[in-house]
Design a protein around this ligand. Structure first.
Ligand code: GLC
Length: 422
């Protein structure tokens, strides 16, 4: 038998080590408070479970559309080291199809644990392309203490909201709180404004821009009315600065105690109840108000764990994806980041409900939430949403009115569509 030399043994050991145990993976780290701590938790757990591997983190822009643009650049540059595991917005699954790893054969056993609608959202042509990380639906936050002080109830309609906000804003300012505002939302020209606009418009029975068959429906009087309603808030009950707010800017103003109502996603609740929050115990959260003659509509949002199709370490990346998708990680993400779980059983979990009692009610709100027109517009959703938020922004800043804006948007969307969505 051939004698094994020390260098031969070393070579075998090194190659085994390289193949199975020495991967460096890059994962996106959330930019909201709690993100660093959450990532530390993932790193410790992952590296302990898979000794020899290293987990590194990258930051991506907080705004959905900016993040999409950056990821598309990274994918176009074919840099397989850029990122292995990242979160895709609900509306990107079709758009990013060719850049994300097919997970179908690696996650079949966990499918039963997730909300079926969220799981379905992450499938393209029958293949699983992502695993739901957390659910989002637009919600109305209110100051319980102030509504009580002024003997008002949480608003059932936008009309109620406008009246109550006007009254309490005036009273609070008269009492010396000079930078107090009635309502805060996401008015910047970006993806979040598309979500806000969908809620205003659909709650007035104005539809969701494009119907499920792909027909553009935005040019209607209810849609125009809804946009005019929101424009009339600017400078009256909503600060002019709202035209530059994304989610975190909105939360900062509300959490500082400078607003009565806020439209935001559920994550803001857990953060507003942290020990460092001035609003601990003072915040209520509920479904959004109804439009005139309409209904309450929450935009459907949420994020999905996806793997870069160009990853050099598919097996290790899948192990990491399965770890961040398990019950323990979802509970940690709910605790540190306020993420609403995608695992059904966690909606009966005492610890989770203790931190976010509203989740019992939100289970239904998530199920009923209105999707943005992403599926039917296929690869063109990013352009569609860009047209929607630009048009909405122009109404908010008084460049045009609802009627003209919806007529122009109808034409613009039809031009983007061409013969058919593709
Ligand atoms: C939230 C939602 C996401 C949406 C974004 C808009 O992150 O989960 O779906 O696109 O807000 O700002």
């Amino acid at each position: 038998m051939k004698k094994l030399t020390l260098s031969m043994i070393a070579a075998v050991l090194t190659s085994t080590f390289t193949m199975a145990h020495a991967d460096t993976l890059r994962m996106e780290c959330p930019s909201t408070p709690g993100g660093k701590e959450y990532c530390k938790y993932v790193k410790n757990r992952f590296e302990a479970a898979h000794p020899g591997n290293t987990l590194q983190f990258i930051d991506l822009p907080p705004a959905s559309d900016e993040k999409l643009a950056l990821l598309q650049q990274l994918f176009a540059s074919n840099d397989e080291n850029a990122v292995d595991l990242f979160q895709s917005d609900t509306v990107w699954i079709g758009l990013l199809d060719k850049h994300t790893l097919d997970l179908t054969d690696h996650v079949a056993d966990i499918k039963k644990d997730f909300f079926p609608g969220a799981w379905q959202n992450d499938m393209v042509n029958g293949r699983v392309k992502a695993v739901p990380s957390y659910l989002d639906a637009g919600a109305l936050y209110y100051r319980k203490d102030l509504l009580e002080k002024y003997n008002e109830k949480p608003p059932a309609t936008w009309e109620d909201l406008t009246r109550i906000a006007t009254r309490i804003q005036k009273a609070e300012r008269d009492a010396g709180h000079s930078n107090f505002w009635g309502l805060i939302f996401q008015g910047k020209s970006y993806e979040g404004l598309t979500c806000n606009a969908l809620e205003w418009i659909d709650s007035h029975n104005g539809g969701s821009f494009i119907d499920s068959d792909g027909k553009v429906t935005i040019n209607n009087p209810q849609a125009a009315k809804a946009l005019d309603m929101a424009a009339a808030w600017i400078g009256k009950i909503a600060p002019p600065g709202v035209l530059g707010y994304k989610e975190e800017e909105s939360r900062a103003v509300f959490q500082n105690g400078d607003a009565l109502f806020m439209r935001n996603w559920p994550y803001a609740y857990v953060l507003s109840q942290g020990d460092d929050s001035a609003l601990k115990g003072k915040v209520g959260v509920m479904s959004l108000p109804k439009g005139e003659g309409g209904k309450s509509v929450s935009a459907l949002g949420g994020w999905q764990w996806s793997i870069n199709a160009a990853t050099k370490h598919p097996e290790t990346a899948i192990a990491l994806l399965r770890m961040v998708s398990d019950t323990e990680s979802q509970k940690m993400a709910q605790k540190l980041l306020g993420y609403s779980p995608t695992r059904v059983a966690l909606y009966d979990d005492k610890e989770v409900l203790g931190r976010a009692p509203y989740l019992a009610e939100f289970k239904q709100i998530f199920a009923d939430a209105a999707p943005r027109p992403a599926t039917q517009t296929k690869g063109q959703y990013a352009r569609v949403s860009n047209a929607i938020y630009n048009a909405t922004f122009d109404v908010l800043r008084g460049r045009t009115d609802g009627k003209k804006a919806v007529a122009a948007l109808q034409q613009r969307l039809n031009r983007i569509k061409g013969k058919q969505w593709h």
